[in-house]
Design a protein around this ligand. Structure first.
Ligand code: F6P
Length: 479
């Protein structure tokens, strides 16, 4: 539905992302149930307050969302559902969205930036991909047009992620007056890898982001890779009108510590303790089931720990929460199945009547994740590549007794937490097994001291600050 708002109702601050801060489920009687989402961007934006003149533009992601978008008055969702925030949900044609989100963003761009292609998993740039690419362009155009409609003169617009790489340039053409920022939550691939993409598409993606006044990243490493890609693909590199920024997103300590002591978390802690059994150490991991998280190699490393250090058998449990993600795509479904298969295989091989070596849960439950964080002796975070990885930052903040962190050197969080973590090469199963052994063997006082330092580093830049810093860099006004 097109916006008919007058100049006075237009927004001064706009955020755009594929997934918005609220989602809807339709009940059998046709009524809609709204559910608020979490994450850094939601808590970051809340820093500017519910009265601020802001609009969040996102895509409708299912039947419930689509119905809500169609029923929305003037295109904007009811404030009660969104926590006071004005949200415009775009009812993009379902096939166009599937091509853009599944086909281009999560099958190709995700794999390029996380460097996940390895024979026999290879990119296919054929006629079908070109058709999906046209959808990716229309999807980006829908966002650019909605932002152009909603933004007040000179407003600040913060566009998020690889789903929306073309939108900054499209928006710049529609509204040269706006201050536009783009933020990448993923790693950025080095040019040797990025240039797997067809040349015209590589150039379009880079030029799309360069349409922003500022292109920002989670770490210097990803920002440098973006610069290198611009030089390699576009020749002259970064135009003088675009600045590059780095904002490392931290954990929201205040929210997490409070939430982790609410009743539902306490109940789940009691249940988990029961499952784990008394006097056993706990290795915790929490991820969405997608290939960059490297869950299978993590399980294989745990299996090797039990082989190389049999003294840990019966004395440790690996609590692995792997929440299904992007299950419309076969490659993600197959990965989820592989995670289950390897966990089952470990339990069959080593389990005893009183000990289940791996407690795998695949149903998303935030309260249970927090309960596991509180119980963790060791957190295992071993992604192949990761923009930041907030789990690595959240566990030390929440754990009751302090935890040791086994951390991939390829996670953005390693730049900030590397000194007090046990660093691993994510491909090295033996090395990861040994790091788990060292982490489990750490004396309690040293573990607590390290965990405290990790928590301090992890919370140095809370989401509110992360968001306000970007806004003030964009507008030139102090945050
Ligand atoms: O890491 C990139 C990212 O877009 C995050 O910002 C987000 O948490 C995650 O991927 C979500 O992916 P999806 O919306 O596909 O579930």
């Amino acid at each position: 539905m097109a916006s008919t708002r007058g100049a006075a109702e237009k927004a001064q601050v706009l955020v755009a992302s594929n997934r918005g801060p609220v989602s809807y489920q339709m009940h059998d009687d046709g009524s809609l149930h709204a559910r608020r989402g979490g994450g850094g961007l939601v808590s970051g934006l809340s820093a500017i307050g519910p009265d601020a003149d802001s609009v969040w533009v996102c895509a409708a992601l299912g039947d419930g969302d689509r119905a809500a978008a169609r029923r929305a008055d003037g295109g904007l969702l009811p404030a009660g559902d969104t926590g006071g925030q004005r949200v415009r949900m775009l009812d993009i044609d379902a096939a166009v969205h599937a091509d853009a989100y599944n086909g281009v963003a999560n099958s190709v761009l995700w794999f390029v930036h996380h460097m996940l292609y390895q024979t026999p998993l290879e990119p296919v740039f054929d006629a079908e991909f070109r058709r999906q690419w046209a959808s990716y362009e229309s999807y980006n155009r829908a966002f650019a047009e909605a932002l152009a409609e909603e933004a007040a003169e000179g407003a600040a617009v913060l566009i998020q992620d690889y789903h929306l790489a073309l939108a900054p340039r499209m928006l710049r053409r529609l509204r040269p007056d706006l201050r536009i920022g783009h933020f990448s939550h993923t790693p950025w691939a080095p040019p040797e890898y990025f240039r797997l993409l067809p040349d015209d598409i590589a150039a379009e993606l880079l030029s799309g982001i360069l349409g922003a006044d500022r292109a920002a990243f989670l770490t210097h490493r990803w920002a440098d890779a973006f610069r290198d890609c611009c030089h390699a693909v576009l020749g002259p590199g970064i135009p003088s009108g675009t600045r590059i920024g780095v904002h490392g997103l931290g954990a929201d300590a205040e929210f997490l510590r409070k939430r982790a002591h609410e009743d539902d978390v306490n109940e789940r802690m009691a249940a988990l303790r029961e499952e784990i059994g008394a006097d056993r150490r706990t290795i915790v991991r929490v991820d969405r089931t997608e290939l960059s998280k490297n869950i299978v190699r993590g399980l294989l490393a745990y299996r090797q720990l039990l082989d190389d250090h049999p003294e840990w058998r019966e004395r440790v449990v690996h609590v692995a929460f792997a929440y299904p993600s992007r299950q419309d795509l076969a490659v993600y479904r197959e990965y989820t199945a592989e995670v289950r298969r390897v966990a089952d295989e470990i339990n069959e091989r080593y389990g005893t009547s009183g000990w289940t070596p791996v407690e795998l849960h695949v149903k998303d439950d935030f309260a249970r994740s927090l309960a596991a964080y509180r119980l963790a002796d060791v957190a295992l975070v071993n992604p192949i590549r990761d923009g930041m990885n907030l789990v690595a930052k959240e566990v030390p903040v929440v754990s009751d007794e302090g935890c040791a962190l086994v951390l991939s050197r390829e996670a953005g969080a390693h730049e900030e937490l590397g000194e007090d973590a046990f660093t691993v090469n994510p491909y090295d199963i033996g090395g990861t097994a040994e790091a788990l052994h060292e982490a489990l063997s750490l004396p309690a006082e040293e573990r607590a001291a390290r965990s405290k330092r990790l928590a301090a580093a992890a919370t140095a830049l809370p989401p509110a600050q992360w968001f306000l810093d970007q806004l003030s860099e964009l507008t030139g006004r102090p945050g």
